[in-house]
Design a protein around this ligand. Sequence first.
Ligand code: UFG
Length: 318
Amino acid sequence: MTGGAGYIGSHTVRLLLERGYDVAVVDNLSKGYRQNVPAGLLHEMDVASTSALTGLMRQLKTEAVVHFAAFIAVGESMAEPERYFVNNVTGSLSLLSAMHAAGVKHLVFSSTAAVYGNPHAVPILETFPIQPMSPYGESKVMVETLLGWFDRIHHLTSVCLRYFNAAGSAPDGALGEQHEPETHLIPLVLRAVLSGKPVTIFGEDYDTPDGTCIRDYIHVEDLAEAHILALEYLLAGGSSDQFNVGTGSGHSVVEVIRAVEEVTGQKVPYVTGTRREGDPASLVASSDKLQSKLGWQPRSSELKTIVKHAWDFARQHT
Ligand code: UFG
């Protein structure tokens, strides 16, 4: 696995180990945390190091790769597109070359709802037009395209999981969301409760019932489960495909704030600011395909459960 020291990766490592898989983590620790990976599993390595990756996969007789390692901040990608294309696209190409050299035939790829840009309707189906609005989203589209060619020419099968808004944390508080800098709504709202410094709502003039943006928040453990199902599907001979990973229901920024108030029993200090550039009004997944083809079901993605787990983690780690 690449990027297994990061947020979603570390939860997936844990679930894979619980299910009895042999896991090796490749992470350069540029964003991830050493303590997120169980002792002995971490190979501190960059995905750009093609020959080192080839050697490692040969040595470990790797059967499949789950590829998380990437930069993820949409806003940063608008300011520094080169870094996003180099890290996310050439990094992935290096990994794919290494997999080909080592004879590894299956990959689960972390894609994103950002491939759809500003969709014409919700819920979003996998067949909707691909029209990213940022270098971040474009970098994921480019890797999805590479994967199509690696399948066609080298018979490397892959599943692209297009994540909606990953949130929450392991219920025991051992792992959780720790981005630096943090840009995501739920951890920022929780920080506002803990610090007393207001969080800013980015716009309340959207065409939504309360005027704030609607997103599809999915518990990180449900997201981790989707990776296991995708892996098992590929190992059983499934053909390459793309799936949305979301719950099918959306919550506005104000609803998230209210849920945090209910869970924490405290008022959230907030101010209302202007829109953040590039934010679509509403992003909600149809996950029908994931449910019907891979048998996935969200189990922990009720908003209050997500917020409760995120709150337990934030209290311990802030
Ligand atoms: N928001 C605020 N204030 C903040 C932070 C966020 O109001 O301080 C709002 C945003 O405007 C947005 C919502 O809260 O409406 C969620 O914002 P996040 O930054 O938490 O998440 P995004 O929906 O912008 O981004 C997520 C992933 C991206 C992915 C995208 C898919 O983090 O990696 O979904 O479109 F690309």
